[in-house]
Design a binder for this molecule. Sequence first.
Ligand code: GAR
Length: 195
Amino acid sequence: HKRTAILISGGGSNMEALVRSMTADHPARPVLVLSNDPEAGGLAKARKLAVPTFAVDHRPYGKDRVAFEAELSRILAAAKIDLICLAGFMRVLTPGFTADWKGRMLNIHPSLLPKYKGLHTHARALEAGDTEHGCTVHEVTADLDDGPILGQAKITIEPGDTPDSLAARLLPLEHRLYPAVLRRFAAGDKSPVYL
Ligand code: GAR
C-alpha cells in the first residue's frame, strides 16, 4: 500500500475524510499529518484518529521556502512517504519540491479548474455571475493549481448565495470527491472522477 502524508494548514475536514476512507482494503495508508501551522485545528483531529502528526512552522523560515521545504522533505523521507495529499495546505510549493513529488502529490482546490486558481474562489465565481461552481482534485505541478485533473464535483449557484453558503455546500462534496480520487489514484488509475 502507498504510505500517504496529508498536509494541512487549517481545520482538516478533508484530511479527516481521507483518513476515514483509508480502511483495510484501501491501496493507501495514512501515515502522517503535517501542518505548517502548529495551531491548526486539524492536528488535534488527526491525533484523535490515531495518525501521527508533525508541525513545521513556516514563519521562522521567512522567505526561505527552500529551507522550509527541506524540513518537510526530511520528515517525509523519515516516514518513507510514497504519496502526498495536500488538503487545505496554504503554502505555495517551489518547483524543486513539486519536481521531487511529480506524479505522487495531489491537491484539492475549491473551484472548477482551470477557473479561479489561487484564493477567494467562491467570491470570484459569484462575481463572475457563474451558474455553477465546484471543486477539483488534481496532480500538483510547478504551476499553482495547475496539473492534470483527476476529478471534479459540481454544485449549482442559487440566487442569494454568498461565499460562505457556497463554501458550506461545497465542502461535503470535497469530502466525497477527494477520497474517491485517492482510492483510484493509489491503485494506479488516473482516470478522472466526476461527481
Ligand atoms: C477546502 O475547502 C479546500 O478545498 C481549500 O481549503 C479548504 C480546507 O478545509 N483549499 C484551498 O483553498 C487550497 N488553495 P479543511 O482544512 O477543512 O479541509
